[in-house]
Design a protein around this ligand. Structure first.
Ligand code: KIV
Length: 302
């Protein structure tokens, strides 16, 4: 029944709406955005949720991991995204070290993403270990999305960006992680880079929606990174993604055309110019000549 469930394109998406979508079998569509123009574009397509991911570090800020992304970075980019979104649910990532130190610290930092950034919810990486923190944030009135499986903030502990929970023990541990997150009050859980069979099983077991990335089609929704979908991240396309357009190539072509036209003076042309009223340019030129003559006379006189 998935694609036939009616949805209200005009109504703002809430966390309750996401749960209703799971119940109705309608897949949740989530995509990342990091600034106002891209947020405006993705929101206008009717996606359900926009994630201001800490993938910001790699996609926009030029880092090679998410670890250097700060809370101030996330607050600023969340606010920019919120300014561009009218309908989708905006979720902001809690960056590295913004929730690991203490639950109090986590609540304060989540509060900044809501109050200053304008997010409707936050996302926290981790499973059983972060569940008590998730509970504290939820008790403070802040909706939390969990994130289990490959958690990029733990890249050094995981030994790289690799598929998680492939064996029985680690798969069972992942199920426990997800259950702990759900029990702690998470309203949805991102499942990143885990086997499709496991993601499908978790999705069946949980009442809250699972949002997959590299976790197969059995999840209740999917999330992708804007730059991967559009070919804005260079030549590399992650295995879990698909390039739906090559906007990078379009940008290169457009900027090269602009450069050519500046160099051969065909840009700007009449449409991009403004003109003075008839006679004003001559007047300016005459006044200028008079001024230069006066300066010349002064110099001659010493
Ligand atoms: O930071 C991010 O973009 C994410 C998604 C990949 C889920 O966490």
């Amino acid at each position: 029944m998935s694609a036939t469930v009616p949805f209200d394109a005009a109504r703002a998406v809430t966390i309750t709406a996401l749960r209703a979508m799971k119940a109705a079998g309608r897949p949740v569509v989530m995509v990342t955005a990091y600034d106002t123009p891209s947020a405006r574009l993705v929101d206008s397509t009717g996606v359900d949720a926009v994630l201001v991911g800490d993938s910001l570090g790699m996609t926009v800020l030029g880092y090679d991991s998410t670890l250097p992304v700060t809370l101030d970075d996330m607050v600023r980019h969340t606010a920019a995204v919120v300014r561009g979104v009218k309908r989708a649910l905006v979720i902001a990532d809690m960056p590295f070290m913004s929730f690991q130190v203490s639950p109090e610290d986590a609540v304060r930092n989540a509060g900044r993403l809501m109050a200053e950034g304008g997010a409707a919810a936050v996302k926290v990486e981790g499973g059983t270990v972060v569940a008590p923190t998730v509970r504290r944030i939820v008790e403070a009135g802040i909706p939390v999305m969990g994130h289990a499986g490959l958690t990029p903030q733990s890249v050094h502990q995981l030994g790289g960006y690799r598929v998680q929970a492939k064996e029985t023990a680690s798969a069972l541990a992942l199920i426990e992680d997800c259950r702990a997150l759900e029990e702690a009050g998470a309203f949805a859980i991102v499942l990143e880079c885990i086997p499709a069979e496991l993601a499908a099983l978790v999705s069946r077991e949980l009442a809250v929606p699972t949002i997959g990335i590299g976790a197969g089609a059995g999840c209740d929704g999917q999330v992708q990174v804007f730059h991967d979908l559009l070919g804005l991240g260079g030549d590399f396309v992650p295995r879990h993604s698909r390039r739906f357009a090559d906007v990078g190539a379009m940008i290169r072509q457009a900027v090269a055309a602009y450069a050519d036209q500046v160099r051969d003076r065909t840009f700007p042309s009449a449409e991009q110019m403004t003109h003075m009223a008839p006679g004003v340019a001559d007047e300016v030129e005459r006044a200028r000549r008079g001024l230069l003559r006066a300066v010349g006379d002064d110099i001659e006189r010493g």
